[in-house]
Write a protein that binds this ligand. Structure first.
Ligand SMILES: Nc1nc2c(ncn2[C@@H]2O[C@H](COP(=O)(O)OP(=O)(O)OP(=O)(O)O)[C@@H](O)[C@H]2O)c(=O)[nH]1
Ligand SMILES: [Mg+2]
Ligand SMILES: [Zn+2]
Length: 292
């Protein structure tokens, strides 16, 4: 008896210990991991053995290039693996947390991923103008900003997706799934089907899901987050992954300066003379003083 051939695939959805694995030819297989295994996550590349038509066993995890995650003090929450870019989405309405956005951007940088901002629902013009003002410090920090109305068109986002594996992250109601549905007409049916099945009456996403564009690039839809814990991030590293702080690092009197109340701090100098945005600095102090 010969051992079944191993095939390479990528996890496109995870439901508990059940994984949907996409093979190179696009075929989907329902898979379970063999024995006790490390936590697997959407985007993971795995080696599988087919056990019956449409089903398989995950034999091995192929090393990840990136792992995007958030972490509370005692609980780590993996979001997606092997993405090279995070798209942090906010909307004109409902109002978004600029601290959550800052935290997600920091997590992306720590994971070695690039990041971009998406402002959705610009058809709501008055609220969009306010949102734009709140995003200004991040735009000045250098993050690309894509504005769109996902209900009308997602075309402005396309050039940023091609050739990339992008994980979309943001609070509930920002429009992540609306973007997905516009890009993948098939996804629409699935969302409706799932919400009907769960009878939730809402369209809130409950599972992370990877969608493939025609050129092979991927977009990962994730459930809305209410908080973005950075318990895994060393506090001394935070300033260095905030691009608007970077030009002012390295010149402080103390080389272990936390940029709080230390004398001779070039960061607090920059805050005082307006070169670092006051709200961004407030968010920095909140993050480094928080256990998560
Ligand atoms: N006015 C307006 N409404 C939009 C737009 N895009 C999305 N919406 C609405 O915003 C609501 C939330 O959209 P979703 O796509 O479900 O948001 P989500 O980010 O996936 O939310 P979760 O799955 O809960 O995280 C829906 O009622 C959409 O119809 C837009 O461009 N303009
Ligand atoms: Mg959703
Ligand atoms: Zn300092």
């Amino acid at each position: 008896m010969s051992t079944p051939a191993r095939l390479a695939g990528q996890i496109v959805a995870a439901h508990g210990r059940n994984y949907l694995v996409e093979l190179g030819d696009g075929a989907l297989l329902k898979c379970v991991p063999r024995g006790k295994s490390a936590t697997l996550v959407c985007g993971d590349r795995v080696s599988i053995a087919v056990t019956s038509p449409g089903e398989g066993v995950i034999e091995a995890l192929i090393p990840r290039t990136t792992l995007f995650h958030r972490a509370a003090t005692l609980r780590e929450k993996l979001i997606a693996a092997n993405a090279n870019q995070a798209a942090v989405i906010v909307a004109a309405e409902p109002s978004f947390s600029d601290e959550l956005v800052a935290r997600a951007l920091i997590a992306a940088e720590i994971a070695g991923m690039s990041a971009l901002l998406v402002l959705n629902k610009i058809d709501l013009e008055t609220q969009a103008a306010l949102a734009r003002v709140r995003l200004q410090p991040l735009v000045r920090a250098g993050y690309p900003l894509v504005e769109l109305s996902a209900k009308a068109s997602v075309a402005p986002l396309m050039p940023h997706l091609l050739g990339q594996t992008t994980v979309m992250i943001g609070q509930s109601g920002m429009g992540k799934s609306t973007v997905i549905n516009a890009l993948f007409p098939d996804a629409n049916a699935r969302t409706d089907e799932i919400s009907r099945f769960l009878d939730s009456g809402k369209h809130t996403t409950t599972h992370t899901r990877l969608y493939r564009l025609a050129d092979g690039s991927a977009l990962i839809d994730t459930p809305g987050v209410q908080e973005f814990g950075l318990a895994h991030v060393i506090r001394a590293d935070v300033a260095g992954v905030m691009p608007d702080f970077r030009p002012f690092l390295g010149g402080c009197r103390f080389n272990n300066c936390r940029h709080l109340t230390e004398p001779g701090c070039t960061v607090t100098d920059a805050v005082r003379n307006g070169e670092i945005d006051a709200r961004r600095y407030e968010i920095y102090t909140r993050i480094i003083s928080s256990p998560v």
